[in-house]
Write a protein that binds this ligand. Structure first.
Ligand SMILES: Cc1cc2nc3c(=O)[nH]c(=O)nc-3n(C[C@H](O)[C@H](O)[C@H](O)COP(=O)(O)OP(=O)(O)OC[C@H]3O[C@@H](n4cnc5c(N)ncnc54)[C@H](O)[C@@H]3O)c2cc1C
Length: 427
C-alpha cells in the first residue's frame, strides 16, 4: 500500500490490541499522525499468558488483508468449517447430534502473542509513535490536550470501567461461563475437514477446539490447537479454581474431555501444552458501554473494541467485532474530513455500528448463554439431515446478522427447517 498524503490530523489510541493496532496502522497508511500508548512491550506480550482463542472468520480476515495486516496468513492453519456435536443424554459417551459443514471461506486464529508484537513493529514501520505506559485519567487528559481524537481501546483493562455501562444494551449482569483455554500440540486430526468443533454439553457448558498458530521459543511460530472450555457457573466444568500449575491445567483439561466429550479426549492422548503460558482461566461479564467518556477537563475520549462492546467468547465474535469496529471507525474518521471529532460524532459513530451490525451479534451471543429453547434444539438436530441448514448456521459465524431472521423466532425457525428438509427431499 502506498502511503497517502499527510492529512495533518492527529489521533491517539490507547491499547495495542486487535482493534487499536489495526485502526492505528490503517490511519497511518491514510496519512494521519497516530500515537499509540499501551501498557506492555512487544516482548512482554510474546512471553506472557495467552489472552484469547481469537478465531477470526473471513469478513474480518478480509479487512486485515485489505489493510496489508495479514502477515501470518500463509503459516497459519486454515479452519475450513464448523462442526456441532451434542452428547447423548444416556451418558454412553456417544453423540446424539453431529454434523460438520464447510465455511464459504476459511477462518484462522493467530495467537495474539504473535500478532500484537508483529503489528507493533508494523505500526512503527508505518511511522507511528509507540509509547509504553499504563494509562489513567491524567494520561488521557494529556493525550486529549495534544490530539484531535483519543480512542480508548483498552480491552478488558481496568481503565475501561470509566465508560458507563449502557443498561438498555446490557441485559446480562454477571459472568455466565467459567472460561479456560489450553493451547496444545500433538492433537490427532479427525476424519473430516478442519473445523471449529463445537461441543454443546447440556447443563455443563461448551467445549470448542480448532487449529491455530502460536509462539515457539523467542521468535518462531508453530501450529497448535486451542481448547476452549466454557463451564456453566457452579457446574462440573466450573472446575479451574484450584488449578495452579501448567501440569494441573493440562490434567484438568483432559479430565473434562474424558468425562463429557470422550471423542475429543481420544484425539488428545498425546497432547502437551505449547508452553507454560499456553493456558488461561477467567470470566467475562458481557456488556455494552456508552461510547463517550468525559474527562474532568471537559474533553472527550471515545471507546473502541472490547472497551465498550464485550461479549462472552461462546460465539467467537470478539476479535471479529473489534476488527469490524476498527473498519467502521476508520470510514467514519476519513468521512469526517476536517470537521471536529465532537461528542455527537462519537455517539453517532458508535450507534451506527451498534444498530447496523453489533446489536444482533450481541443478542445472538447472549442467547447461547441460556439453555436453548425447543426450536433451537430442533434446528441443530435438523442440520444433521439438511446440509444447507448446517451451512447456513456455520456461515452465520461470518456475519451473525443472518441469525436475526430466524434464530429468535420459533415459527420462523420451524419454517426454515421445513423448507430445508423439503429441499433436501427433492434433491
Ligand atoms: C477466553 C477467550 C477466548 C476468546 N476467543 C475468541 C475467539 O475465538 N474469536 C474472537 O473473535 N474473539 C475471541 N475472544 C475475544 C477477543 O480476544 C477480544 O474481543 C479482542 O481481543 C478485543 O480486542 P481489543 O482490541 O478491543 O482489546 P485487546 O485485544 O484486549 O487489547 C487491549 C489492549 O489494551 C492494553 N491496555 C489495557 N489497559 C491499558 C491501560 N490502562 N493503558 C495502556 N494500555 C492498556 C492491553 O495491554 C492490550 O494491549 C476471546 C476472549 C477470551 C477471554
Amino acid at each position: 500500500m502506498e502511503q497517502e498524503q499527510k492529512t495533518g490530523r492527529s489521533v491517539a489510541i490507547v491499547g495495542a490490541g486487535q482493534a487499536g493496532l489495526l485502526l492505528g496502522c490503517a490511519l497511518l497508511e491514510r496519512g494521519y499522525k497516530v500515537t499509540m500508548v499501551t501498557n506492555r512491550t512487544a516482548e512482554e506480550v510474546w512471553n506472557g499468558r495467552v489472552m484469547s482463542s481469537q478465531c477470526m472468520f473471513d469478513p474480518a480476515l478480509q479487512i486485515e488483508r485489505d489493510w496489508g495486516m495479514n502477515q501470518w496468513e500463509a503459516p497459519c492453519p486454515d479452519i475450513e468449517g464448523l462442526s456441532v456435536s451434542i452428547p447423548a443424554p444416556d451418558g454412553s459417551g456417544n453423540k446424539a447430534i453431529h454434523w460438520a459443514s464447510r465455511l464459504n471461506a476459511v477462518a484462522q486464529s493467530v495467537d495474539q502473542r504473535v500478532k500484537m508484537p508483529g503489528w507493533m513493529a508494523e505500526f512503527e514501520r508505518r511511522g507511528g509513535e509507540l509509547i509504553i505506559e499504563n494509562v489513567g485519567v491524567p494520561e488521557l487528559e494529556r493525550l486529549a490536550a495534544a490530539h484531535e481524537l483519543v480512542l480508548l481501546a483498552g480491552g478488558k483493562g481496568e481503565i475501561v470501567n470509566l465508560f458507563p455501562r449502557n443498561e438498555a444494551r446490557s441485559p446480562i449482569r454477571q459472568p455466565m461461563r467459567q472460561l479456560a483455554l489450553s493451547y496444545v500440540t500433538g492433537m490427532k486430526r479427525h476424519d473430516y475437514h478442519e473445523c471449529v468443533n463445537f461441543n454443546l454439553i447440556p447443563g455443563v457448558g461448551e467445549y470448542f477446539v480448532f487449529p491455530a498458530l502460536t509462539t515457539k521459543g523467542e521468535k518462531d511460530t508453530q501450529a497448535c490447537d486451542i481448547m476452549v472450555f466454557e463451564g456453566v457457573p457452579g457446574g462440573p466444568m466450573d472446575c479451574w479454581g484450584d488449578v495452579k500449575t501448567p501440569e494441573e491445567h493440562l490434567e484438568k483439561s483432559l479430565e473434562v474431555l474424558k468425562t463429557f466429550v470422550p471423542w475429543e479426549y481420544e484425539r488428545c492422548r498425546d497432547v502437551q501444552l505449547t508452553d507454560d503460558n499456553g493456558r488461561l482461566a477467567g470470566r467475562v461479564t458481557p456488556m455494552v458501554r456508552n461510547a463517550v467518556l468525559s474527562l474532568p477537563s471537559g474533553r472527550q475520549v471515545m471507546g473502541l473494541g472490547d472497551a465498550i462492546l464485550v461479549n462472552d467468547p461462546i460465539t467467537g465474535q470478539g476479535s471479529n467485532n473489534a476488527t469490524k469496529s476498527a473498519k467502521h471507525y476508520f470510514d467514519a474518521i476519513v468521512a469526517r474530513g476536517n470537521q471536529s471529532f465532537d461528542s455527537d460524532w462519537m455517539t453517532r459513530t458508535f450507534d451506527d455500528l451498534y444498530n447496523g451490525y453489533a446489536e444482533p451479534v450481541v443478542r445472538w451471543t447472549n442467547s447461547l448463554l441460556f439453555p436453548p429453547p425447543e426450536h433451537i434444539v430442533k434446528l441443530l438436530g435438523a442440520a444433521q439431515q439438511a446440509p444447507a441448514l448446517a451451512a447456513r448456521i456455520a456461515n452465520g459465524f461470518n456475519d451473525p446478522r443472518d441469525f436475526k431472521d430466524f434464530w429468535f423466532d420459533a415459527a420462523a425457525t420451524d419454517r426454515l427447517i421445513a423448507q430445508s428438509m423439503q429441499a433436501q427431499a427433492v434433491a
